[in-house]
Design a protein around this ligand. Structure first.
Ligand code: NAD
Length: 524
Protein backbone atom coordinates (compact mmCIF):
# COMPACT_ATOMS: atom_id res chain seq x y z
CA UNK A 1 0.00 0.00 0.00
CA UNK A 2 1.28 3.53 -0.72
CA UNK A 3 0.62 4.55 2.87
CA UNK A 4 2.82 1.81 4.24
CA UNK A 5 5.46 1.87 1.58
CA UNK A 6 6.41 5.48 2.42
CA UNK A 7 9.41 6.23 0.31
CA UNK A 8 11.30 2.95 0.22
CA UNK A 9 14.68 4.35 -0.78
CA UNK A 10 13.47 6.71 -3.41
CA UNK A 11 10.64 4.62 -4.78
CA UNK A 12 6.90 5.17 -4.67
CA UNK A 13 4.56 2.25 -5.11
CA UNK A 14 1.23 2.86 -6.83
CA UNK A 15 -1.35 0.27 -5.83
CA UNK A 16 -4.89 -0.64 -6.88
CA UNK A 17 -6.94 -0.14 -3.69
CA UNK A 18 -9.57 -2.65 -4.81
CA UNK A 19 -7.14 -5.55 -5.27
CA UNK A 20 -3.82 -4.61 -3.67
CA UNK A 21 -2.15 -5.16 -7.07
CA UNK A 22 1.01 -3.09 -7.58
CA UNK A 23 0.45 -0.87 -10.62
CA UNK A 24 3.87 0.75 -10.80
CA UNK A 25 7.00 1.63 -8.87
CA UNK A 26 8.17 5.16 -9.51
CA UNK A 27 11.30 7.07 -8.60
CA UNK A 28 10.60 9.87 -6.12
CA UNK A 29 11.79 13.38 -6.83
CA UNK A 30 14.46 14.72 -4.48
CA UNK A 31 14.41 18.29 -3.15
CA UNK A 32 17.04 19.08 -5.81
CA UNK A 33 14.82 17.61 -8.54
CA UNK A 34 11.97 19.84 -7.35
CA UNK A 35 14.15 22.96 -7.44
CA UNK A 36 15.47 22.03 -10.89
CA UNK A 37 11.92 21.54 -12.18
CA UNK A 38 10.90 24.95 -10.85
CA UNK A 39 13.98 26.59 -12.42
CA UNK A 40 13.19 24.96 -15.78
CA UNK A 41 9.62 26.23 -15.48
CA UNK A 42 10.88 29.72 -14.67
CA UNK A 43 13.05 29.76 -17.80
CA UNK A 44 10.22 28.59 -20.07
CA UNK A 45 7.42 30.73 -18.62
CA UNK A 46 8.25 34.20 -20.08
CA UNK A 47 7.89 32.90 -23.63
CA UNK A 48 4.56 31.32 -22.75
CA UNK A 49 3.41 34.58 -21.14
CA UNK A 50 4.34 36.36 -24.38
CA UNK A 51 2.28 33.86 -26.41
CA UNK A 52 -1.08 35.43 -27.36
CA UNK A 53 -3.98 34.24 -25.22
CA UNK A 54 -5.74 32.87 -28.32
CA UNK A 55 -2.75 30.59 -28.98
CA UNK A 56 -2.80 29.40 -25.37
CA UNK A 57 -6.52 28.71 -25.72
CA UNK A 58 -5.83 26.67 -28.87
CA UNK A 59 -3.60 24.38 -26.79
CA UNK A 60 -6.42 23.91 -24.27
CA UNK A 61 -8.76 23.08 -27.13
CA UNK A 62 -6.40 20.34 -28.34
CA UNK A 63 -6.15 19.03 -24.76
CA UNK A 64 -9.94 18.94 -24.59
CA UNK A 65 -10.14 16.99 -27.87
CA UNK A 66 -7.51 14.49 -26.72
CA UNK A 67 -9.18 13.97 -23.36
CA UNK A 68 -12.51 13.48 -25.06
CA UNK A 69 -10.98 10.82 -27.35
CA UNK A 70 -9.19 9.00 -24.52
CA UNK A 71 -11.85 9.48 -21.86
CA UNK A 72 -12.48 5.79 -21.13
CA UNK A 73 -8.73 5.10 -20.76
CA UNK A 74 -8.47 7.99 -18.31
CA UNK A 75 -11.59 6.87 -16.40
CA UNK A 76 -10.26 3.30 -16.13
CA UNK A 77 -6.87 4.52 -14.91
CA UNK A 78 -8.56 6.65 -12.22
CA UNK A 79 -10.59 3.58 -11.24
CA UNK A 80 -7.51 1.37 -11.00
CA UNK A 81 -5.44 3.83 -8.99
CA UNK A 82 -8.07 5.61 -6.82
CA UNK A 83 -10.73 2.88 -6.61
CA UNK A 84 -13.81 4.83 -7.69
CA UNK A 85 -16.08 3.22 -10.30
CA UNK A 86 -14.96 4.01 -13.85
CA UNK A 87 -18.49 5.28 -14.62
CA UNK A 88 -18.22 7.70 -11.71
CA UNK A 89 -14.74 8.78 -12.83
CA UNK A 90 -16.27 9.59 -16.21
CA UNK A 91 -18.97 11.80 -14.66
CA UNK A 92 -17.10 13.41 -11.77
CA UNK A 93 -13.61 13.73 -13.21
CA UNK A 94 -13.48 13.54 -17.03
CA UNK A 95 -16.71 15.43 -17.71
CA UNK A 96 -15.86 18.05 -15.09
CA UNK A 97 -12.44 18.66 -16.68
CA UNK A 98 -13.88 18.84 -20.21
CA UNK A 99 -16.30 21.46 -18.92
CA UNK A 100 -13.57 23.38 -17.06
CA UNK A 101 -11.52 23.43 -20.28
CA UNK A 102 -14.60 24.75 -22.10
CA UNK A 103 -14.94 27.50 -19.50
CA UNK A 104 -11.33 28.60 -20.04
CA UNK A 105 -11.68 28.37 -23.82
CA UNK A 106 -14.76 30.61 -23.78
CA UNK A 107 -13.84 33.02 -21.02
CA UNK A 108 -10.08 33.35 -20.65
CA UNK A 109 -9.64 35.90 -23.42
CA UNK A 110 -12.33 38.20 -22.03
CA UNK A 111 -11.05 37.76 -18.47
CA UNK A 112 -7.39 38.33 -19.28
CA UNK A 113 -7.67 41.35 -21.54
CA UNK A 114 -6.85 44.78 -20.10
CA UNK A 115 -9.85 46.56 -18.57
CA UNK A 116 -10.27 50.33 -18.33
CA UNK A 117 -10.80 51.48 -14.75
CA UNK A 118 -12.95 54.61 -14.65
CA UNK A 119 -12.57 56.76 -11.54
CA UNK A 120 -14.61 59.44 -9.80
CA UNK A 121 -12.02 61.69 -8.14
CA UNK A 122 -12.17 65.09 -9.88
CA UNK A 123 -8.55 65.83 -9.01
CA UNK A 124 -7.47 62.84 -11.11
CA UNK A 125 -9.50 63.59 -14.21
CA UNK A 126 -6.41 63.98 -16.36
CA UNK A 127 -5.60 60.33 -15.81
CA UNK A 128 -6.72 57.13 -17.47
CA UNK A 129 -6.19 53.83 -15.64
CA UNK A 130 -6.50 50.21 -16.63
CA UNK A 131 -6.29 46.83 -14.95
CA UNK A 132 -3.76 44.40 -16.38
CA UNK A 133 -3.76 40.75 -15.35
CA UNK A 134 -0.33 39.23 -15.26
CA UNK A 135 0.58 35.62 -14.54
CA UNK A 136 2.48 34.93 -11.33
CA UNK A 137 5.20 32.93 -13.08
CA UNK A 138 5.39 29.39 -11.73
CA UNK A 139 2.41 27.97 -9.86
CA UNK A 140 3.07 25.01 -7.58
CA UNK A 141 0.13 22.65 -7.20
CA UNK A 142 -0.07 20.09 -4.40
CA UNK A 143 -2.99 17.71 -4.93
CA UNK A 144 -4.87 14.99 -3.01
CA UNK A 145 -5.81 11.48 -4.15
CA UNK A 146 -9.60 11.64 -3.97
CA UNK A 147 -10.07 13.54 -7.25
CA UNK A 148 -6.66 12.74 -8.70
CA UNK A 149 -7.51 14.01 -12.19
CA UNK A 150 -10.07 16.79 -11.90
CA UNK A 151 -8.49 18.76 -9.05
CA UNK A 152 -5.00 19.16 -10.54
CA UNK A 153 -6.37 19.40 -14.10
CA UNK A 154 -8.77 22.27 -13.36
CA UNK A 155 -6.04 24.17 -11.50
CA UNK A 156 -3.43 23.46 -14.18
CA UNK A 157 -5.69 24.58 -17.04
CA UNK A 158 -6.45 27.87 -15.26
CA UNK A 159 -2.78 28.44 -14.44
CA UNK A 160 -1.62 27.69 -17.99
CA UNK A 161 -4.24 29.72 -19.82
CA UNK A 162 -3.33 32.70 -17.64
CA UNK A 163 0.29 32.38 -18.81
CA UNK A 164 1.88 30.54 -15.87
CA UNK A 165 4.03 27.43 -15.78
CA UNK A 166 3.01 24.60 -13.43
CA UNK A 167 4.90 22.16 -11.23
CA UNK A 168 2.47 19.58 -9.84
CA UNK A 169 3.05 17.34 -6.83
CA UNK A 170 0.26 14.75 -6.92
CA UNK A 171 -0.73 12.57 -4.00
CA UNK A 172 1.59 9.66 -3.29
CA UNK A 173 -1.47 7.43 -3.77
CA UNK A 174 -2.25 8.55 -7.33
CA UNK A 175 0.90 9.50 -9.27
CA UNK A 176 -0.08 7.61 -12.44
CA UNK A 177 -3.21 9.69 -12.97
CA UNK A 178 -1.15 12.90 -12.66
CA UNK A 179 1.40 11.58 -15.14
CA UNK A 180 -1.45 10.84 -17.55
CA UNK A 181 -2.62 14.45 -17.18
CA UNK A 182 0.92 15.63 -17.97
CA UNK A 183 1.04 13.31 -21.02
CA UNK A 184 -2.24 14.69 -22.37
CA UNK A 185 -1.12 18.30 -21.95
CA UNK A 186 2.23 17.65 -23.62
CA UNK A 187 0.50 15.85 -26.47
CA UNK A 188 -1.71 18.94 -26.84
CA UNK A 189 1.38 21.05 -27.40
CA UNK A 190 2.36 22.31 -23.94
CA UNK A 191 6.12 22.76 -23.66
CA UNK A 192 7.42 20.01 -21.30
CA UNK A 193 9.02 22.65 -19.06
CA UNK A 194 5.69 24.41 -18.59
CA UNK A 195 3.95 21.42 -17.03
CA UNK A 196 6.01 19.09 -14.88
CA UNK A 197 4.96 16.47 -12.37
CA UNK A 198 7.20 15.75 -9.38
CA UNK A 199 6.30 12.47 -7.76
CA UNK A 200 6.68 11.66 -4.08
CA UNK A 201 5.27 11.78 -0.57
CA UNK A 202 4.74 14.75 1.77
CA UNK A 203 8.40 15.88 1.83
CA UNK A 204 8.29 16.40 -1.94
CA UNK A 205 5.27 18.67 -1.41
CA UNK A 206 7.17 20.48 1.35
CA UNK A 207 10.13 20.89 -1.02
CA UNK A 208 7.80 22.48 -3.57
CA UNK A 209 6.53 24.95 -0.93
CA UNK A 210 10.17 25.86 -0.14
CA UNK A 211 11.17 26.10 -3.81
CA UNK A 212 11.06 29.44 -5.69
CA UNK A 213 7.49 28.95 -6.98
CA UNK A 214 5.53 32.20 -7.18
CA UNK A 215 2.23 30.88 -5.84
CA UNK A 216 0.97 27.62 -4.39
CA UNK A 217 -2.43 25.98 -4.75
CA UNK A 218 -2.80 23.30 -2.10
CA UNK A 219 -5.68 20.86 -1.80
CA UNK A 220 -5.74 18.41 1.09
CA UNK A 221 -6.46 18.02 4.79
CA UNK A 222 -6.67 20.85 7.32
CA UNK A 223 -3.65 19.49 9.21
CA UNK A 224 -1.37 19.53 6.14
CA UNK A 225 -2.92 22.79 4.95
CA UNK A 226 -1.87 24.47 8.19
CA UNK A 227 1.70 23.19 7.78
CA UNK A 228 1.76 24.46 4.20
CA UNK A 229 0.27 27.80 5.26
CA UNK A 230 2.92 28.24 7.97
CA UNK A 231 5.80 27.42 5.63
CA UNK A 232 4.37 29.74 2.97
CA UNK A 233 3.87 32.58 5.45
CA UNK A 234 7.58 32.49 6.38
CA UNK A 235 8.40 33.66 2.85
CA UNK A 236 5.09 35.44 2.11
CA UNK A 237 4.33 32.97 -0.66
CA UNK A 238 0.71 33.52 -1.77
CA UNK A 239 -1.39 30.39 -1.30
CA UNK A 240 -4.81 29.00 -1.97
CA UNK A 241 -5.79 26.34 0.55
CA UNK A 242 -8.65 24.00 -0.39
CA UNK A 243 -9.15 21.90 2.73
CA UNK A 244 -11.53 19.47 4.35
CA UNK A 245 -15.25 19.62 4.96
CA UNK A 246 -17.96 18.32 7.26
CA UNK A 247 -20.90 19.21 5.08
CA UNK A 248 -24.38 19.15 6.59
CA UNK A 249 -27.57 18.14 4.78
CA UNK A 250 -30.71 19.73 6.21
CA UNK A 251 -33.97 17.98 5.34
CA UNK A 252 -36.90 20.29 6.11
CA UNK A 253 -40.41 19.03 6.85
CA UNK A 254 -41.61 19.89 3.31
CA UNK A 255 -38.84 17.94 1.51
CA UNK A 256 -39.59 15.16 -0.97
CA UNK A 257 -38.65 12.02 0.94
CA UNK A 258 -37.90 9.86 -2.12
CA UNK A 259 -35.63 12.50 -3.63
CA UNK A 260 -33.94 13.42 -0.36
CA UNK A 261 -33.13 9.81 0.57
CA UNK A 262 -31.70 8.99 -2.88
CA UNK A 263 -29.69 12.23 -2.75
CA UNK A 264 -28.42 11.47 0.75
CA UNK A 265 -27.16 8.05 -0.28
CA UNK A 266 -25.32 9.38 -3.32
CA UNK A 267 -23.82 12.31 -1.41
CA UNK A 268 -22.68 10.13 1.49
CA UNK A 269 -21.40 7.10 -0.46
CA UNK A 270 -20.17 8.28 -3.87
CA UNK A 271 -16.40 7.81 -4.13
CA UNK A 272 -16.86 5.71 -0.96
CA UNK A 273 -17.56 8.91 0.95
CA UNK A 274 -14.12 10.28 0.15
CA UNK A 275 -15.14 13.64 -1.28
CA UNK A 276 -14.39 16.98 0.35
CA UNK A 277 -18.04 17.90 -0.40
CA UNK A 278 -19.45 14.58 0.88
CA UNK A 279 -22.53 14.51 3.05
CA UNK A 280 -20.97 14.08 6.51
CA UNK A 281 -23.86 15.15 8.78
CA UNK A 282 -27.53 14.66 7.99
CA UNK A 283 -30.21 16.53 9.98
CA UNK A 284 -33.80 15.47 9.29
CA UNK A 285 -36.95 17.15 10.60
CA UNK A 286 -38.49 14.97 13.28
CA UNK A 287 -41.74 14.60 11.30
CA UNK A 288 -39.79 12.78 8.54
CA UNK A 289 -37.10 11.19 10.67
CA UNK A 290 -38.21 7.54 10.96
CA UNK A 291 -39.58 7.29 7.37
CA UNK A 292 -36.29 8.85 6.15
CA UNK A 293 -34.26 6.24 8.03
CA UNK A 294 -36.32 3.28 6.81
CA UNK A 295 -36.19 4.47 3.18
CA UNK A 296 -32.42 4.93 3.43
CA UNK A 297 -32.10 1.44 4.85
CA UNK A 298 -34.18 -0.07 2.04
CA UNK A 299 -32.16 1.75 -0.62
CA UNK A 300 -28.77 0.90 0.92
CA UNK A 301 -29.60 -2.80 0.57
CA UNK A 302 -29.79 -2.26 -3.22
CA UNK A 303 -26.37 -0.57 -3.59
CA UNK A 304 -23.74 -2.53 -5.51
CA UNK A 305 -20.30 -2.49 -3.87
CA UNK A 306 -17.23 -3.95 -5.57
CA UNK A 307 -14.34 -3.32 -7.94
CA UNK A 308 -15.36 -0.26 -9.92
CA UNK A 309 -13.89 -1.56 -13.15
CA UNK A 310 -17.17 -3.51 -13.38
CA UNK A 311 -19.61 -0.99 -14.86
CA UNK A 312 -22.49 -2.23 -12.66
CA UNK A 313 -20.64 -1.30 -9.45
CA UNK A 314 -21.69 1.88 -7.62
CA UNK A 315 -19.32 1.98 -4.65
CA UNK A 316 -15.65 1.02 -4.75
CA UNK A 317 -13.05 0.51 -2.03
CA UNK A 318 -11.58 3.14 0.25
CA UNK A 319 -8.16 4.40 -0.72
CA UNK A 320 -6.14 2.60 1.96
CA UNK A 321 -6.13 0.89 5.33
CA UNK A 322 -5.23 4.10 7.20
CA UNK A 323 -8.38 5.86 5.97
CA UNK A 324 -10.47 2.78 6.70
CA UNK A 325 -9.27 2.70 10.31
CA UNK A 326 -10.30 6.34 10.85
CA UNK A 327 -13.80 5.47 9.67
CA UNK A 328 -13.99 2.37 11.85
CA UNK A 329 -12.86 4.31 14.93
CA UNK A 330 -15.43 7.06 14.42
CA UNK A 331 -18.29 4.62 13.78
CA UNK A 332 -17.37 2.48 16.82
CA UNK A 333 -17.09 5.56 19.02
CA UNK A 334 -20.55 6.77 17.88
CA UNK A 335 -22.13 3.36 18.53
CA UNK A 336 -20.55 3.18 21.99
CA UNK A 337 -21.98 6.60 22.74
CA UNK A 338 -25.53 5.67 21.81
CA UNK A 339 -25.87 5.93 18.02
CA UNK A 340 -28.11 3.27 16.39
CA UNK A 341 -26.36 1.24 13.67
CA UNK A 342 -28.98 0.54 10.98
CA UNK A 343 -26.77 -0.73 8.14
CA UNK A 344 -23.13 -1.57 7.46
CA UNK A 345 -20.60 -0.76 10.16
CA UNK A 346 -18.17 -3.44 9.01
CA UNK A 347 -15.43 -4.25 6.53
CA UNK A 348 -16.27 -6.28 3.43
CA UNK A 349 -13.08 -8.36 3.36
CA UNK A 350 -14.58 -10.82 0.89
CA UNK A 351 -14.42 -8.04 -1.76
CA UNK A 352 -10.82 -6.99 -1.26
CA UNK A 353 -8.47 -5.25 1.15
CA UNK A 354 -10.11 -1.81 1.57
CA UNK A 355 -13.86 -2.25 1.35
CA UNK A 356 -16.19 -0.84 4.02
CA UNK A 357 -19.94 -1.41 3.89
CA UNK A 358 -22.17 1.64 3.30
CA UNK A 359 -23.13 2.52 6.84
CA UNK A 360 -26.27 4.16 8.24
CA UNK A 361 -26.29 5.52 11.79
CA UNK A 362 -29.26 7.12 13.54
CA UNK A 363 -29.54 9.23 16.71
CA UNK A 364 -26.07 10.69 16.40
CA UNK A 365 -25.32 13.86 18.36
CA UNK A 366 -23.06 16.77 17.54
CA UNK A 367 -20.63 16.01 20.36
CA UNK A 368 -19.62 12.68 18.74
CA UNK A 369 -16.31 12.53 16.84
CA UNK A 370 -18.32 11.34 13.85
CA UNK A 371 -20.11 14.70 13.76
CA UNK A 372 -17.08 16.91 14.42
CA UNK A 373 -14.08 15.31 12.64
CA UNK A 374 -13.93 14.70 8.91
CA UNK A 375 -14.92 11.03 8.41
CA UNK A 376 -14.11 10.65 4.71
CA UNK A 377 -15.76 7.26 4.36
CA UNK A 378 -19.07 5.67 3.34
CA UNK A 379 -21.01 6.67 6.44
CA UNK A 380 -24.39 8.42 6.67
CA UNK A 381 -25.00 9.72 10.22
CA UNK A 382 -28.52 11.04 10.80
CA UNK A 383 -29.95 13.15 13.62
CA UNK A 384 -33.45 14.60 14.13
CA UNK A 385 -34.27 18.29 14.68
CA UNK A 386 -37.41 20.16 15.68
CA UNK A 387 -37.03 23.74 14.47
CA UNK A 388 -35.27 25.80 11.81
CA UNK A 389 -33.44 27.71 14.57
CA UNK A 390 -32.11 24.51 16.10
CA UNK A 391 -30.90 23.04 12.80
CA UNK A 392 -29.11 26.23 11.76
CA UNK A 393 -27.31 26.21 15.09
CA UNK A 394 -26.15 22.58 14.81
CA UNK A 395 -25.28 22.90 11.11
CA UNK A 396 -23.02 25.84 11.93
CA UNK A 397 -21.55 24.05 14.94
CA UNK A 398 -18.41 22.91 13.11
CA UNK A 399 -14.90 24.15 12.54
CA UNK A 400 -15.43 23.40 8.83
CA UNK A 401 -17.44 25.46 6.35
CA UNK A 402 -16.97 23.99 2.90
CA UNK A 403 -20.54 23.42 1.69
CA UNK A 404 -24.04 22.54 2.90
CA UNK A 405 -27.41 21.62 1.45
CA UNK A 406 -31.03 22.37 2.27
CA UNK A 407 -33.78 20.03 1.04
CA UNK A 408 -37.18 21.63 0.77
CA UNK A 409 -40.18 22.10 -1.53
CA UNK A 410 -39.95 25.85 -1.03
CA UNK A 411 -37.22 27.76 -2.81
CA UNK A 412 -37.85 30.85 -0.68
CA UNK A 413 -37.51 28.92 2.53
CA UNK A 414 -34.36 27.19 1.25
CA UNK A 415 -32.72 30.45 0.21
CA UNK A 416 -33.56 32.02 3.57
CA UNK A 417 -31.84 29.08 5.31
CA UNK A 418 -28.88 29.30 2.88
CA UNK A 419 -28.29 32.90 3.96
CA UNK A 420 -27.77 31.74 7.55
CA UNK A 421 -25.39 28.85 6.89
CA UNK A 422 -21.67 29.53 7.22
CA UNK A 423 -20.25 27.73 4.18
CA UNK A 424 -18.59 28.50 0.86
CA UNK A 425 -21.44 26.87 -1.08
CA UNK A 426 -25.03 26.06 -0.18
CA UNK A 427 -27.05 23.91 -2.56
CA UNK A 428 -30.82 23.44 -2.53
CA UNK A 429 -31.99 19.85 -3.16
CA UNK A 430 -28.62 18.49 -4.28
CA UNK A 431 -25.06 18.09 -3.00
CA UNK A 432 -21.53 17.88 -4.42
CA UNK A 433 -22.61 18.62 -8.01
CA UNK A 434 -21.59 22.30 -7.63
CA UNK A 435 -18.06 20.97 -8.28
CA UNK A 436 -19.23 20.09 -11.79
CA UNK A 437 -20.32 23.64 -12.59
CA UNK A 438 -17.20 25.21 -14.09
CA UNK A 439 -18.45 28.74 -13.42
CA UNK A 440 -19.15 28.15 -9.72
CA UNK A 441 -16.35 29.16 -7.33
CA UNK A 442 -15.17 26.34 -5.09
CA UNK A 443 -13.75 26.93 -1.62
CA UNK A 444 -14.61 27.15 2.01
CA UNK A 445 -15.31 29.30 5.03
CA UNK A 446 -13.60 28.75 8.40
CA UNK A 447 -11.04 25.90 8.49
CA UNK A 448 -12.14 24.65 5.07
CA UNK A 449 -9.69 26.96 3.44
CA UNK A 450 -8.55 30.22 1.96
CA UNK A 451 -9.21 31.38 -1.60
CA UNK A 452 -11.19 29.81 -4.41
CA UNK A 453 -10.67 27.60 -7.44
CA UNK A 454 -13.00 27.20 -10.49
CA UNK A 455 -14.68 29.84 -12.60
CA UNK A 456 -13.70 33.45 -12.91
CA UNK A 457 -12.83 33.77 -9.21
CA UNK A 458 -10.53 30.75 -9.65
CA UNK A 459 -8.88 32.37 -12.69
CA UNK A 460 -8.37 35.50 -10.61
CA UNK A 461 -6.18 33.41 -8.26
CA UNK A 462 -3.86 32.64 -11.18
CA UNK A 463 -3.00 36.27 -11.93
CA UNK A 464 -1.62 39.30 -10.20
CA UNK A 465 -3.61 42.42 -10.90
CA UNK A 466 -1.56 45.38 -11.99
CA UNK A 467 -2.91 48.92 -12.25
CA UNK A 468 -1.40 50.93 -15.11
CA UNK A 469 -2.04 54.67 -15.07
CA UNK A 470 -1.43 57.16 -17.89
CA UNK A 471 -1.38 60.93 -17.40
CA UNK A 472 -3.05 62.67 -20.33
CA UNK A 473 -1.25 65.98 -19.79
CA UNK A 474 2.29 64.84 -19.18
CA UNK A 475 3.74 68.32 -19.68
CA UNK A 476 2.45 69.88 -16.45
CA UNK A 477 3.56 69.51 -12.85
CA UNK A 478 0.78 68.21 -10.60
CA UNK A 479 -1.03 70.38 -8.09
CA UNK A 480 -0.38 67.96 -5.23
CA UNK A 481 3.38 68.09 -5.64
CA UNK A 482 5.63 70.25 -3.38
CA UNK A 483 4.88 73.89 -2.99
CA UNK A 484 2.72 73.57 0.15
CA UNK A 485 1.82 76.65 2.20
CA UNK A 486 -1.09 78.47 3.83
CA UNK A 487 -2.73 79.26 0.48
CA UNK A 488 -2.42 75.72 -0.77
CA UNK A 489 -3.97 74.45 2.46
CA UNK A 490 -6.93 76.82 2.05
CA UNK A 491 -7.41 75.82 -1.56
CA UNK A 492 -7.24 72.13 -0.75
CA UNK A 493 -9.77 72.58 2.10
CA UNK A 494 -12.06 74.36 -0.32
CA UNK A 495 -11.66 71.63 -2.92
CA UNK A 496 -12.52 68.91 -0.41
CA UNK A 497 -15.66 70.88 0.51
CA UNK A 498 -16.60 71.03 -3.17
CA UNK A 499 -16.39 67.27 -3.37
CA UNK A 500 -17.78 66.13 -0.04
CA UNK A 501 -19.67 68.92 1.82
CA UNK A 502 -23.35 67.99 2.33
CA UNK A 503 -24.81 71.47 1.77
CA UNK A 504 -24.75 73.35 -1.52
CA UNK A 505 -23.85 76.58 0.32
CA UNK A 506 -20.71 74.97 1.74
CA UNK A 507 -19.81 73.49 -1.65
CA UNK A 508 -20.12 76.94 -3.22
CA UNK A 509 -17.96 78.51 -0.53
CA UNK A 510 -15.46 75.71 -1.06
CA UNK A 511 -15.37 76.44 -4.79
CA UNK A 512 -14.47 80.04 -4.09
CA UNK A 513 -11.78 79.06 -1.61
CA UNK A 514 -10.27 76.51 -3.97
CA UNK A 515 -10.02 78.97 -6.89
CA UNK A 516 -6.64 78.83 -8.51
CA UNK A 517 -5.71 75.41 -7.10
CA UNK A 518 -5.35 73.82 -10.51
CA UNK A 519 -3.54 76.80 -11.95
CA UNK A 520 -1.03 77.22 -9.18
CA UNK A 521 2.58 76.80 -10.15
CA UNK A 522 4.38 74.37 -7.92
CA UNK A 523 7.52 75.61 -6.21
CA UNK A 524 9.69 72.57 -7.02
P1 NAD B 1 -3.24 15.26 2.70
O1 NAD B 1 -3.32 16.56 3.41
O2 NAD B 1 -2.78 14.09 3.45
O3 NAD B 1 -2.29 15.37 1.41
C1 NAD B 1 -2.54 16.30 0.38
C2 NAD B 1 -1.25 16.49 -0.41
O4 NAD B 1 -0.29 17.15 0.41
C3 NAD B 1 -0.57 15.20 -0.85
O5 NAD B 1 -0.06 15.36 -2.14
C4 NAD B 1 0.56 15.04 0.17
O6 NAD B 1 1.66 14.28 -0.30
C5 NAD B 1 0.96 16.49 0.35
N1 NAD B 1 1.70 16.78 1.58
C6 NAD B 1 1.77 16.07 2.73
N2 NAD B 1 2.54 16.72 3.63
C7 NAD B 1 2.95 17.86 3.05
C8 NAD B 1 3.75 18.97 3.47
N3 NAD B 1 4.28 19.02 4.70
N4 NAD B 1 3.94 19.98 2.62
C9 NAD B 1 3.38 19.98 1.39
N5 NAD B 1 2.63 18.95 0.92
C10 NAD B 1 2.41 17.91 1.74
O7 NAD B 1 -4.69 15.01 2.08
P2 NAD B 1 -5.21 13.73 1.29
O8 NAD B 1 -5.38 12.60 2.26
O9 NAD B 1 -4.39 13.50 0.07
O10 NAD B 1 -6.64 14.22 0.79
C11 NAD B 1 -7.79 14.19 1.57
C12 NAD B 1 -8.08 15.53 2.19
O11 NAD B 1 -8.17 16.53 1.18
C13 NAD B 1 -9.42 15.58 2.90
O12 NAD B 1 -9.29 16.32 4.08
C14 NAD B 1 -10.32 16.31 1.91
O13 NAD B 1 -11.44 16.94 2.49
C15 NAD B 1 -9.37 17.29 1.34
N6 NAD B 1 -9.84 17.75 0.04
C16 NAD B 1 -10.27 19.03 -0.08
C17 NAD B 1 -10.78 19.47 -1.29
C18 NAD B 1 -11.27 20.87 -1.48
O14 NAD B 1 -11.39 21.28 -2.63
N7 NAD B 1 -11.57 21.62 -0.44
C19 NAD B 1 -10.81 18.60 -2.38
C20 NAD B 1 -10.35 17.30 -2.23
C21 NAD B 1 -9.85 16.88 -1.01
Amino acid sequence: MPSEAKIAGATLVSTNPATGEVLAELACASADDVRTAVQRAKSAQPQWQATPVRARIAVLRRFQELLNERRMDVARLICREAGKPAAEALATEVLVVLDAAQFCIHNAHRFLRDKPLPHANLAMKTKRGKLVREPYGVIGIVAPWNYPFSIPAIETLGALVAGNAVVLKPSECTPLVALELERLLLAAGVNPHLMQVVVGEGPVGAALVESPVDKLIFTGSVATGKRVGEAAARRLLPVVLELGGKDPMIVLDDADLEVATSGALWAAFMNAGQTCLSLERCYVHRSLYEPFLSKCREKIAKLRVGNGIDSEVEIGPMIHERQLKIVEEQVNDAVQRGARLLAGGKRLTELGPNFYAPTLLADVTNDMRLMQEETFGPVLPVAPFDSDEEVIRVANDSEFGLAASVWTGSRRRGEAMAARIKAGTVMLNDMISCFGIAEAPHGGFKQSGIGRTHGEIGLQEMVQTKYVDVDLIPGIRKVWWFGYGRKYQQQMNGFIDVLFARSWAKKLKGALRSAGLFRRSTRI
